[in-house]
Every structure is written in structure tokens, then in C-alpha cells.
Design a protein around this ligand. Structure first.
Ligand code: MG
Ligand code: MG
Length: 270
């Protein structure tokens, strides 16, 4: 069942989303070579808790034998998603770091990811990161009532594939609300005009995972970390958005969105 959110609930989700946005802004500002991925996680957890929120990922089971132990998923280079922060994973110049954060505030979840470059990297990898971000916004731009789930996936996939990238199909976006993962699933591929019709009041997380090489992935023995099958780099960007009558409202916006049809009016000011 797809839960439609009231205006009051969407405003609560926006507040949760802004906690996540603040975490991402802080990490973007402090990231430098020599930090460990656990350093990032500690900063993130402190900021989430200071805002009166709860780290959504910490203790998340997803049917696995071990719960996820941290506030962030931090996935370096060939890691696609779900990397576990560690004191022994040290960031170095040229790494790309996909940071995913979830926060629950007043019973509602915000979920967002960004991929940051440590210092400088090659043009090839920088473009992968930038184009994956653009594929996210192309997906978000489809989020008007009466468009369809397939329109979102098609927008993401057609843009990313035009550069020869592999678009991950093993993991996808999702509804978000009182729970981190709700219906519907939001794949990063699809055919235009297919799938469920989008409705005002839906909240979904769109999260393209785009690889320099093959789309295929492997889950490591830690049960969480996902890597590319060919060990080539991968980028991941995500926003939680609400579908309003005026179009997509980006609940986890960091205030640096490119120009686009993002709704800013009625829902935000309830
Ligand atoms: Mg996420
Ligand atoms: Mg997500």
C-alpha cells in the first residue's frame, strides 16, 4: 500500500530532511585526506542527535543477521552502497566517497546521499560523479501527479546510459515516510508511460547508483557493503522528495539544487 502524506506530514518530513541536509553540508565542508570514514560517522551522529533526531540506519536489519551499526553508509570508489564506517578506512586524495544518511525526526524519515571527491580526481571520474547527480535531478523533474514511475527511471537511465555508464538495477529508490523503506519501489530504469501513476502526497527517495563500467554488483561477506563486479568506481546521489500539485518538493535540499521545476510554495509553509 502506498501511504499518501498530509500537508502537515510532508512538512514534518521536510524538517527531518533538513537534519540530513545539515549533516551533508557539514561533511562536505570538513572532508579531507587522512580522515577515517568513522570520523565522518561520528560527526554525523552528533549532528543528528543534537537536532533531536535519531539515526535511521543504525540498528536497521533488513532481514540480515547483523544490524547496520552506523549513522552513515560510506562507500568508497568501487563500493556502490552500504559501506560500513571504520577507523581503518582512511580517505586519500582522489577517492570518491558516497555518503548516505537517514534521520528520523518526530516520527518521519529523511534519506539522502551525495558523492564527494576527496581533493582532485581524474576527469573521467569527476564526470561520473557530476552526471550521476544530474541523472538524479532528471528523475526528480518527472515527479508531477499523473506521470508514472517508469518516467522517473527512464529519465535517470537514458541520461546515464548516453555516456556508456552502467546503471545499477540490483538496488533502487523507494517510498519514504514513517518508515525508511515504503512502497513503491522506484527503479533507476524503466519505460516512459509505464508503472504506477504518481499522486500528490506521495513521498519517495530517488537514488541513482551509476557505475563507470558494468551495472553488475556483488555483496561482500560483511552482508552490507556492495561493490561493482568489475571494481570500477561508482557514484550515488539521493534526495527524498514529495509529489505536490505544484510538482516535486525536495525535502532534503541543501539549497544548492540546479534550476528546475521544484515546488517551493504551499506545502512548505503549513
Ligand atoms: Mg539513502
Ligand atoms: Mg534510500
Amino acid at each position: 500500500m502506498i501511504v499518501r502524506k498530509s500537508k502537515v506530514e510532508i512538512e514534518k518530513m521536510r524538517r527531518a530532511g533538513q537534519v540530513v541536509a545539515d549533516v551533508h553540508k557539514e561533511l562536505r565542508d570538513v572532508l579531507k585526506p587522512g580522515m577515517s570514514t568513522l570520523d565522518l560517522d561520528r560527526l554525523a551522529e552528533a549532528r543528528v542527535r543534537k537536532a533531536g533526531a535519531i539515526p535511521t540506519f543504525k540498528g536497521y536489519h533488513a532481514g540480515k543477521t547483523t544490524a547496520f551499526p552506523a549513522t552513515l553508509c560510506v562507500s568508497i570508489n568501487e563500493e556502490v552502497v552500504h559501506g560500513i564506517p571504520s577507523a581503518t578506512r582512511i580517505l586519500k586524495e582522489g577517492d570518491i566517497i558516497a555518503i548516505d544518511c537517514g534521520a528520523t525526526l518526530d516520527g518521519f524519515v529523511g534519506d539522502s546521499a551525495q558523492t564527494l571527491i576527496v581533493g582532485k580526481t581524474t576527469d573521467e571520474i569527476r564526470l561520473l560523479v557530476e552526471r550521476t547527480r544530474e541523472s538524479l535531478y532528471r528523475g526528480i523533474a518527472q515527479c508531477f501527479p499523473d506521470n508514472r514511475i517508469g518516467d522517473i527511471g527512464h529519465a535517470v537511465e537514458s541520461f546515464a546510459k548516453s555516456f556508456g555508464y552502467g546503471v545499477v538495477e540490483d538496488y533502487c529508490g523507494h517510498g519514504v515516510g514513517k518508515r525508511l523503506h515504503e512502497e513503491p519501489q522506484v527503479p533507476n530504469y524503466g519505460l516512459p508511460g509505464t508503472g504506477k501513476r504518481l499522486k500528490s502526497g506521495w513521498a519517495i527517495a530517488i537514488e541513482p547508483m551509476v557505475n563507470l563500467g558494468t551495472k553488475d554488483t556483488i555483496e561482500l561477506d560483511d552482508e552490507w557493503t556492495v561493490i561493482t563486479a568489475d571494481r570500477k568506481p561508482s557514484a550515488h546521489w539521493e534526495h527524498s522528495i514529495a509529489i505536490t500539485d505544484d510538482g516535486p518538493m525536495i525535502l532534503t535540499s541543501r539549497g544548492d539544487d540546479p534550476p528546475g521545476p521544484w515546488a517551493r510554495s504551499s506545502f512548505a509553509m503549513v
